[in-house]
Ligand binder design. Structure first.
Ligand code: NAI
Ligand code: MG
Length: 475
């Protein structure tokens, strides 16, 4: 193997020593007077102190959002669009700084933060800026009325991008926002507050409260919320759905997944291997739509697994700030422990583990790219979301068997199909119970394309026309 020289990204992330809560257009100290540390997963060192919002702080955020609603919702769409365009351009201007902050706080490789998270976040604001003055065309003949204040809780795998997915459609449709980032990755949301200020967004239109599950519960259960949008674990999604039942509040849930990535024997196998690698190792596998179950046709299974093992050997695992790194750090010590636990269970249940030989950094949270063969449908590693760089491989003989196995899961967020035949793609896609189906590619996203799940992967769609409708009443 070639030795690479270190290629650390050097842009300054501009991270404050301590962040307050962003409420009513200003940073304020938390009423709780409490702070918690945000850690850099690449080395375990403390990056910043983040305010812990209490119920009283969340109350203040809702009060600010409620106060801002009449003004914001009555602005002509064209004017709201201007703010969204400004936010998008400011994000582009500061993309390198934000990418480094994202990588430091969350552990993802800088090349992904730089080439995926930042451009996609800006794209979501651009896209929704374009809709703001065209809402009468979303559902022809009917008009869209904003809901009011929306409460949003987001996870740690794509911190800034999930913020963009949530905030951009809410603002375009005239709602105001209380949003809570995940406790391990709050920094880019708090940096984003400065972009809102620079864009001149009226105070209170977006309020950012930080904290863990308790703060999230306060956001979700607040009486002033007209709608809740949540992305995170299925476990918490179920708690939220129970809590909101009968309240009349709108709810969208984007939860876990265990996607089947299905490779037929007529597929271009080298390309399929790239798609498998992208499907499971992108963002260390911390991806709700990760292709974590590979279903490969039996006649080519050995060949595909050999090619995959060879490809895995050249994946570069290590410091996420290095521009050559393919697989960075696991987001937190807790998540690393969860991955290790499920991998140990896989071995115990009889699956065969293969890990690429690689030297992991001594400090920080890392896990080698891994795959399991001899996996059966009943293994926990074939049923549960591992949310790490771990692939479970199963085989099939016929398309019917592939569909049966792919749909045999509690989830239904995404799927992949690799084949030379267009007709087979169409047949498979219509029978797979998954919100997104990729054909001869994987993990492709676009703000105009709705994203969301079936079954325990949640409900509601984000992106596109469908996503806008989740933030409005049709009149
Ligand atoms: P989580 O669901 O607890 O965290 C997601 C967000 O929800 C965070 O902002 C958290 O503070 C908040 N939250 C936690 N409890 C809450 C409550 N009772 N009410 C309202 N908000 C609450 O996920 P966690 O514990 O970080 O990860 C556990 C597992 O969940 C992962 O291993 C992974 O399998 C899955 N997960 C899936 C995600 C996805 O995008 N589908 C994202 C994050 C985690
Ligand atoms: Mg962190």
């Amino acid at each position: 193997m070639w030795e690479f020289d270190p290629a650390p990204e050097s842009a300054e992330p501009c991270i404050e020593k301590r962040y307050g809560l962003f409420i009513g257009g200003k940073f304020t100290a938390p009423r709780s007077k409490k702070y918690f540390d945000s850690i850099a997963p690449r080395n375990g060192e403390k990056l910043s102190e983040i305010a812990l919002a209490s119920a009283a702080d969340v109350d203040a955020a809702y009060a600010a959002a409620t106060k801002a609603f009449p003004l914001w919702s009555k602005l002509p769409g064209k004017e709201r669009g201007k703010y969204l365009f400004r936010i998008a351009r400011l994000l582009q201007d500061r993309a390198r700084e934000f990418a480094v902050a994202e990588t430091l706080d969350g552990g993802k490789p800088i090349k992904e933060a730089r080439d995926f998270d930042l451009p996609m976040a800006a794209a979501h604001f651009f896209y929704h800026a374009g809709w703001a003055d065209k809402l009468e065309y979303v559902s022809p003949g009917r008009s869209l009325a904003p809901l009011g204040v929306v409460g949003q809780v987001i996870p740690w795998n794509f911190p800034l991008l999930m913020l963009a997915w949530k905030i951009a459609p809410a603002l375009a449709t005239g709602n105001t926002v209380v949003i809570k980032p995940a406790e391990t990755t709050s920094i880019t949301a708090l940096k984003f507050a400065s972009i809102l200020s620079d864009a001149g967004l009226p105070p209170g239109v977006v309020n950012i409260v930080t904290g863990a599950g308790e703060t999230g519960a306060a956001v979700v259960n607040h009486p002033a919320a007209a709608k809740i949008a949540f992305t995170g674990s299925t476990e918490v999604g179920k708690i939220i759905q129970r809590a909101l039942a009968g309240s009349g509040k709108k709810l969208t849930l984007e939860l876990g997944g265990k996607a089947a990535n299905i490779v037929f024997d007529d597929a271009p196998l080298d390309q399929a291997v790239e798609g498998i690698v992208n499907g499971i190792f992108f963002n260390q596998g911390h991806v709700c739509c990760a292709g974590s179950r590979l279903l490969v046709q039996e006649s080519v299974a050995d060949l595909v697994v050999d090619k995959l093992k060879r490809r895995m050997q050249v994946l570069r695992v290590g410091d996420p700030l290095d521009k050559n790194t393919d697989i960075g750090a696991i987001n937190s010590a807790e998540q690393l422990a969860k991955i290790k636990e499920l991998v140990a269970i896989g071995v115990k249940e009889g699956a065969e583990l293969h890990q690429s030989p690689c030297k992991l950094p001594a400090k920080g949270f890392y896990f080698p790219p891994s795959l399991f063969t001899n996996v059966t449908q009943s293994h926990r590693i074939a049923r549960e979301e591992i949310f790490g760089p771990v692939l479970s491989i199963l085989t099939f003989r016929t398309p019917e068997e592939a569909i049966e196995k792919a749909n045999n899961t509690a989830f239904g967020l995404s799927a992949g199909i690799w084949t030379d035949k267009g007709s087979r793609i169409l047949k498979m896609a219509s029978e797979l119970k998954a919100g997104v189906v990729w054909a001869n590619t994987y993990n492709k996203f676009d703000p105009s394309s709705p994203f969301g799940g079936y079954k325990e992967s949640g409900f509601g769609r984000e992106g596109g026309r469908h996503g806008l409708l989740e933030y409005a009443n049709l009149e």
